[in-house]
Design a protein around this ligand. Sequence first.
Ligand SMILES: C[S@@+](CC[C@H](N)C(=O)[O-])C[C@H]1O[C@@H](n2cnc3c(N)ncnc32)[C@H](O)[C@@H]1O
Length: 381
Amino acid sequence: MSATVPAEAAPSWRDRALGLRDRLVSDPRFRRLAARFPPTRALARRRAGALFDLCAGFVYSQVLLACVRLRLFDLLRDGPLTAAEIAARARLPPESAARLLGAAVSLGLLDRRGGGRYGLGPLGAALPGNDGLAAMIEHHAILYADLADPVALLRDGGETGLSRYWAYAREAAPAGLAEERVADYSALMAASQAMIAEEVLDAFPGLARHCALMDVGGGEGAFLMAAAARAPALRLVLFDLPGVAARGRAALARAGLAARAEAVGGDFRAGALPHGSDLVSLVRVLHDHDDAQALALLRAAHDALPPGGRLLLAEPMAGTPGAEAMGEAYFGFYLLAMGSGRPRGEGELRAFLARAGFGRVTAPRTRVPLLVRVLVAERAG
Ligand SMILES: C[S@@+](CC[C@H](N)C(=O)[O-])C[C@H]1O[C@@H](n2cnc3c(N)ncnc32)[C@H](O)[C@@H]1O
């Protein structure tokens, strides 16, 4: 059998220009010249800075983690403190406190204030009281341990901290997972859901015209609770693995929603989804799954809806303008370490939705697309 070798495409003007750029920039003499020559100096410095930040990114993350673990942002919520006061409250030696404070100021997490005091910086000001974000930052310790040898991870995959943490990712029969195996990730998702739910629901038009919302992979029901507050007549259905659904049932009851809510335990990889809801949501769920499973899940959602029913698909997406690294780099490697799924772009998700049978698809804008984006798909007749 003879293999056909594809004819090599002729290089475009863009390919040639990029090739020339690569040859120039990889030449040390050119780089020295560019750094000296005023018109190219600013660009050369910006590039050097961007490359340095890539090398140093892990260090910056650990400075943030130290601030979170020492609860510096909560400590400074009520006003600035001196380095000595911070050192005493964080139980750090004065020199270590000074080092951490200097680092946090340089990263915009803290600011220097008058009288030798330190206050919240432009980035740190978003953290006090934000338990979901603090939990996410702490959670990254598992990811970074998994990424210690990225080449081994790319070559072999294998057992990782994240694949144990997200117990469903590699489990052949996830419906059998005991509650203690799903408790940690469910609590993390519930803590970080508040900021996502507001973004999604602000962007989603016409929630109140639906009769029943089924949140598939709905965790502990945080998204349903946010929806319930905006649409008092909406019936709520939570579908998740049995161990998670039990936690969701209890949380919905604690929120006073038992009378309008039902929590159904099951495995969406194993069969059909419950019928009877005219709105189905998948919030931060689809990207966890490989293509065949993702497509099967969209088909199951389509089949569960009545004609005219809608699917609300919400997750961070690959190729988000201005946040490209969040998709391909961050989620690409996060999901690699987790052991299943991949980030998908809007175009690819639209193609999946069409293959699953959905008709009209719209993409209402969220305020912070880096966090989450939304697609709304309608089941035709
Ligand atoms: C990343 S979490 C998202 C939770 C929630 N939607 C949120 O945004 O906070 C994914 C959810 O999907 C659920 N899940 C994963 N595989 C499942 C399966 N095969 N059947 C049912 N639920 C599943 C998990 O238990 C988990 O609650």
